[in-house]
Design a protein around this ligand. Structure first.
Ligand SMILES: [Zn+2]
Ligand SMILES: [Zn+2]
Length: 248
């Protein structure tokens, strides 16, 4: 962090604290008045689906009823993903979408500590094992347009509170991929082929380390899968995946 960066973040912290004291606190999702700042109202809380056990030991998808032993879903048995384990805090649905998209595009960075705390809970086992946190990168042109990468913001918040170092420049997005929203699973996989690489100068931040890859949403797994493969090829000992939300 440069002195200017830290001065900016101190100033931002002071500004946030002053605003919190002056303005009535509002729900971070719907804007209704609440009793504490940077939290959700009861209605928004109760609509969110937090992912809980029983879940697949590999992909983290919740089961309706737990199979005996170490539960692994049929999808993971037939088609093992490149990461070791994936965990997410929330189901990505009608209720969580405004929160996730507001954080991604809407400058709702005041949500960071709340969302990171949920992720830390969901990924406690993964974090206990992690030696380095790596956010899924944006292409630099998209980063300029959006001004921040939501995955990097979450990665730093989780790193700060857990003490696990963050390598936010080791993995880079070299191909500008079109939006994945309307693509099929195989189109998504093709879309991100060759999109990522590990910066040669920063390979030592990854090599022989247990990596925790962090992103905001897990949908088809194509993006996270491409990142995990590139990290493993660069010598990562293992890759776990932690996201804020996932399609269930
Ligand atoms: Zn609300
Ligand atoms: Zn699974």
């Amino acid at each position: 962090m440069t002195p200017l960066d830290s001065a900016t973040s101190v100033l931002r912290g002071v500004t946030t604290a002053v605003l919190d004291a002056l303005l009535p606190p509002r729900c971070a999702a719907c804007g209704e008045p609440v009793d504490r700042p940077r939290t959700l109202c009861l209605a928004c809380w109760s609509r969110l689906s937090f992912i809980a056990r029983p879940l697949c030991a590999i992909c983290g998808n919740p089961f309706e009823t737990a199979p005996p032993g170490e539960p692994v879903c049929g999808g993971c048995l037939a088609n093992p993903p490149p990461w070791r384990r994936a965990r997410s805090a929330l189901a990505y649905d009608e209720s969580s979408r405004p929160l996730v998209l507001g954080f991604k595009h809407g400058d709702r960075l005041h949500l960071t500590s709340l969302l990171a705390a949920w992720m830390r809970l969901a990924g406690a086992e993964l974090l206990a094992d992690a030696e380095v946190i790596v956010p899924v990168p944006l292409h630099r042109w998209r980063l300029i347009a959006r001004r921040y990468n939501q995955a990097t913001v979450l990665a730093h918040a989780i790193g700060l509170s857990s003490g696990v170092p963050v390598a936010d420049r080791a993995l880079v997005r070299v191909k500008r991929t079109p939006s994945q929203g309307h693509l099929t699973k195989s189109q998504r996989a093709r879309n991100v082929q060759g999109a990522f690489r590990v910066d040669d100068r920063r390979r030592s931040e990854i090599a022989d380390r247990r990596v925790l890859l962090v992103d905001d949403v897990l949908t088809s797994g194509a993006t996270a899968g491409a990142c995990a493969r590139v990290l493993l090829r660069a010598g990562a000992a293992s890759v776990d995946l932690l996201t804020l939300a996932r399609v269930v």
